[in-house]
Design a protein around this ligand. Structure first.
Ligand SMILES: NC(=O)c1ccc[n+]([C@@H]2O[C@H](COP(=O)([O-])OP(=O)(O)OC[C@H]3O[C@@H](n4cnc5c(N)ncnc54)[C@H](O)[C@@H]3O)[C@@H](O)[C@H]2O)c1
Length: 246
């Protein structure tokens, strides 16, 4: 791959303050992209070099439309959309969780990506095409106890990706989902007793015997967004350390 495979491209990354989102912003910026980093208003990241920062709650139709319009206004185009935002993993059996929990998870993880796509695709298409990267999960392929809303929303995101690819190939837009295994971010460290607790609990579930690093997921997100992946669309890329292979 060229040193700066995203040179001249404009990318949006949602959930940009999180571990994986921040790594994708940094990797895309280093690869030459101008990145619009979006997150909740009270969790805004630093402005990436040459990029911009915008508050955007992906569950809010008006906020999504305004944020995408601001990016188009500033840069004149959108080439890459990374739907990375996700709510906290709310754990409980189907009989234990509330309908509100189910709806909240779907509103962020799946409907949020749908709203972002609806707003960004016309801008992408007008600019000659682009790439949508939907950050799903290995738990969209398999599941584990008590994760119904999370797993089902990520499986839905993998499915939405296929339809996006089919619907918008004629606009020269590719859509690919990216499914990480467990990755060392505060999403996990905050609930599993820090990094040691995460490694102890989850490392052994992966064939490689460890959890992933956010930078390893960002590398895959770079490949998907680059021209090196020009024949890749409607598919899912598992970057899960062998979690689903075992
Ligand atoms: N860390 C893992 O083990 C792991 C594994 C598989 C998949 N993933 C997926 O990778 C992505 C990033 O995960 P992470 O570990 O960096 O998580 P994280 O919790 O560190 O980051 C998620 C970000 O999304 C933001 N967010 C939450 N609700 C939002 C909303 N309504 N609108 C906009 N932003 C919102 C949060 O503020 C946060 O900055 C998620 O989609 C997650 O499901 C993570």
């Amino acid at each position: 791959m060229a040193d700066q495979p995203l040179n001249g491209r404009v990318a949006i990354v949602t959930g940009a303050s999180g571990g994986i989102g921040a790594a994708i912003v940094a990797r895309y910026t280093a690869a030459g992209a101008r990145v619009a980093a979006m997150d909740l208003a009270d969790r805004l990241p630093d402005v990436p070099d040459g990029g911009m920062v915008l508050p955007c709650d992906v569950t809010d139709d008006d906020a999504v439309a305004a944020a995408v319009a601001a990016v188009a206004e500033r840069f004149g185009r959108i080439d890459i959309l990374v739907n990375n935002a996700a709510g906290p993993v709310l754990v409980g059996k189907v009989t234990e969780i509330t309908a509100a929990t189910w709806r909240e998870t779907f509103a962020i993880n799946l409907t949020g990506a749908f709203l972002m796509c609806q707003a960004a695709i016309p801008v992408m298409a007008a600019g000659g095409g682009g790439v949508i990267v939907n950050v799903a999960s290995q738990l969209g392929h398999v599941t584990t106890k008590g994760r119904a809303p999370y797993s089902a929303s990520k499986a839905g995101l993998i499915s939405l990706t296929r339809t996006l690819a089919v619907d918008h190939a004629e606009d020269n837009i590719r859509a690919v989902s990216l499914s990480p295994g467990a990755v060392m971010t505060t999403r996990l460290t905050s609930v599993l007793g820090g990094e040691a607790g995460v490694e102890e609990r989850l490392g052994k579930l992966h064939a490689l015997g460890r959890v992933g690093r956010a930078e390893e997921i960002a590398e895959a997100a770079l490949f998907i967004a680059s021209d090196a992946a020009s024949f890749m669309t409607g598919s899912d890329m598992l970057v899960d350390g062998g979690y689903t292979a075992t």
